[in-house]
Design a protein around this ligand. Structure first.
Ligand code: TYD
Ligand code: MG
Length: 561
């Protein structure tokens, strides 16, 4: 690319956006690459004069850079992984016990299996019956939505293999067998149904002890229904639940207990080897097996075992449970070799983990219903949940939109400023960083001449949310001033901006995203910095919000309170 060359040499052209590079060969570049490969191949000589790589370049042209991904039914999960699981990659998902790691991965296993790839779910923690009955419950509850669903169901029943095994060597042997297409349950093994109740729900069968493989189809009602032609379908996904409970017997010194650092590191290394070997051996991406490892976290929140684990894998995900009102599960990607890092939000229900596409809206719907409950039941505009709530806002409350990953969240910040008799006034905060609170208090007293030294200050972020984003500074300042002055902030208004020590309002990143979400929630005004980029200006116009541009905190308070 001439553009890139110019840019690298500092020739003064505009920097090429990274996105274009990521998307692979642009128009015109194929030609150049083909030429380069012709130079490579010229020494080897080609009688027909045809370039050695020309054919592959041609196919490149026909199908411009197709990235293979295993997609699940969860839009949140697909987004968090940057567009699906990359075949042949190694993923690690960490989280505290009971957060729903096994549930999530079983759902993913089901999705991938119903799309036609084989999936081997190896649980070293739970028995086949336990996992199968959970699978039966999760998938049995799935509504048959479309006509293709019976086909998907059959595919799921055929392709999901569940196994209880803790010895890594045995696991790898079975993986090899399945990959080689030799995996087969013996035709006459006695089916042992698990607790699945209805005849339509999948049941698990356990092959007799002499079976060459301990893998069983979660969905098979009878081992004789195994269709040999399906043995050809590739093993798309291998799930290990969990890396701390598997062990290797390879070396004498590996006699350490499962879960010890030596074992965890060695097992992960072996699985990494498996993933890397396929990348070299198998040309077609769809033949490769992605490997997902579940890892437990220690009390301090680190993945048990060395940090090394995170360096070794391609993608690191954490499943956290939010302590707030809704106890959402947050899936956070902290490392991704195949795309951006992002977060996804789920609800843990009896149907497993369910996507929460718009958490802020949910929050407001609940706020509204509790409000309706409190008041004497007078019906209030139900299609605009924000209105009823913000209209009745009292002093000491302000709204802001914070961003985490690529998602925006509405937060409500409350402050209580009360006269104190103590010589050292009290300052406490829940969900808002205490040192930021001190800075904002100092800015308010110095730049806005508010007398806060003689008052106790209590700050709280409603719903137990934790704010890291400095964009909430302005809302915190407004809540404080509003409580001190005992005047409610202007209704239908969101405050977005970082506060500088001079009392200036600083611009924040991703304002376009925030404005869009605020408008969707029914706000009418948004107070922000007066320095907007052209993209943010466009976004502001498109949302129809009245954007109030302020340069200093005094201007914010003048408008907002
Ligand atoms: P689990 O996936 O076993 O957690 P982990 O593997 O991270 O330890 O899930 C634990 C919790 O999930 C358990 O308390 C029950 C709950 N759960 C649901 O709420 N709905 C469901 O459909 C399932 C399978 C579990
Ligand atoms: Mg588990």
């Amino acid at each position: 690319s001439d553009q890139l060359n110019d840019w690298l040499q500092g020739a003064g052209t505009a920097p090429l956006p990274l996105g274009i590079l990521r998307r692979g060969l642009g128009p015109g570049t194929e030609h150049k690459v083909a030429k380069a490969s012709a130079l490579d191949g010229s020494s080897s000589g080609n009688a027909s004069g045809k370039l050695p790589h020309a054919a592959s370049m041609e196919s490149n042209r026909a199908q411009p850079v197709e990235v293979h991904r295993l997609l699940t039914c969860s839009a949140e999960f697909n987004r968090v992984t940057g567009g699906g699981i990359v075949p042949g990659s190694l993923l690690l998902i960490g989280g505290e016990p009971g957060n729903g790691k096994s549930t999530l991965l079983l759902q993913i296993a089901g999705d991938v299996a119903s799309s036609g790839c084989r999936v081997l779910y190896v649980s070293a923690e739970e028995s086949v019956e336990q996992v199968s009955s959970r699978a039966a419950r999760l998938f049995g509850l799935m509504e048959p939505r479309q006509e293709e669903s019976t086909e998907r169901r059959q595919s799921l029943e055929r392709n999901l293999l569940i196994m209880h095994e803790a010895c890594l060597e045995d696991i790898l042997d079975i993986v090899e067998e399945i990959q080689a297409g030799r995996e087969n349950a013996p035709p006459n093994s006695a089916p042992r149904a698990t607790t699945a109740s209805a005849s339509t729900t999948p049941t698990a069968t356990v092959p007799s002890t002499g079976a060459p493989s301990k893998a069983v189809g979660a969905g098979r009602k009878d081992a004789s229904t195994v269709d040999n032609t399906d043995a050809q379908s590739p093993l798309g996904l291998l799930i290990i639940d969990s890396i701390q409970t598997v062990y290797t017997q390879e070396n004498e010194q590996e006699s350490a207990a499962p879960g010890s650092i030596v074992q965890v590191r060695h097992c992960t290394n072996r699985l990494l080897g498996l993933a890397k070997r396929q990348q070299q051996r198998l040309r077609e991406p769809w033949q490769r097996t992605a490997i997902m490892l579940i890892g437990h976290v220690t009390k301090s929140g680190d993945l048990a075992g060395p940090k090394l684990l995170e360096h070794m894998v391609d993608v690191v995900l954490y499943l956290e449970s939010e302590q707030g009102l809704f106890q959402h599960r947050i899936l956070r990607c902290t490392k991704n070799r195949f795309g951006p890092t992002d977060i996804g939000i789920f609800d843990l229900t009896s149907r497993g983990l369910v996507d929460v596409p718009n958490p802020s809206l949910l929050y407001f719907q609940a706020a509204e219903s509790s409000l309706m409950h409190d008041s004497d039941g007078a019906a209030k505009a139900p299609n605009n949940p924000f209105h009823t709530y913000a209209r009745e806002s009292t002093d000491g409350t302000a709204f802001s939109m914070v961003v985490d990953g690529t998602r925006a969240f509405l937060v409500e910040i409350q402050a209580l400023v009360a006269k104190t008799s103590l010589t050292q006034p009290r300052r406490t905060s829940n969900g808002f960083d205490l040192s930021r609170l001190y800075v904002i208090l100092a800015v308010l007293s110095k730049r806005a001449r508010l007398r806060l030294e003689t008052h106790d200050v209590y700050m709280n972020v409603v719903g137990g949310a934790r704010i890291q984003d400095p964009a909430a500074d302005m809302a915190a300042a407004v809540a404080l001033a509003s409580s001190l002055l005992a005047r409610a902030p202007r209704p239908d208004t969101a405050f977005i901006g970082e506060l500088g020590l001079q009392g200036e309002v600083r611009p924040v990143p991703r304002l376009d995203l925030r404005l869009r979400d605020i408008a969707r929630l029914g706000f009418r005004f948004c107070v922000c910095s007066d320095r907007l980029s052209s993209r943010q200006e466009t976004a502001a116009r498109e949302t129809g919000l009245q954007v109030i541009r302020c340069r200093t905190i005094s201007q914010v308070l003048q408008f907002g309170i």
